[in-house]
Design a protein around this ligand. Structure first.
Ligand SMILES: [Zn+2]
Length: 83
């Protein structure tokens, strides 16, 4: 079974909570000008959910593709926990 670490710890000890909304299947993730703990904040243009590379999950666009900017940010900040 896949470990589900990180699910209970979506936010770190620093910074503010990220917005988490239900996606409508039309996600389109892009970078914002905001930073949390020196990590760039990304926002879904569809549902306004927010993400930073500190999260254990990685957002995908509605077409199943990683946004190049998201992929680059993830590459710079690899997930700490095992998959
Ligand atoms: Zn979304």
């Amino acid at each position: 079974m896949m470990p589900r670490e990180g699910v209970t710890c979506l936010t770190g000890p620093m910074g503010r909570d990220l917005a988490q909304h239900d996606c409508k299947g039309t996600c389109n993730w892009g970078p914002t000008d905001e930073r949390i703990d020196d990590l760039q904040v990304f926002e879904c243009a569809s549902c306004r959910s927010e993400w930073t590379p500190a999260q254990a999950w990685t957002p995908r666009n509605a077409d199943g593709q990683l946004s190049p900017k998201v992929a680059a940010a993830r590459a710079e900040n690899p997930v700490q926990s095992s998959w």
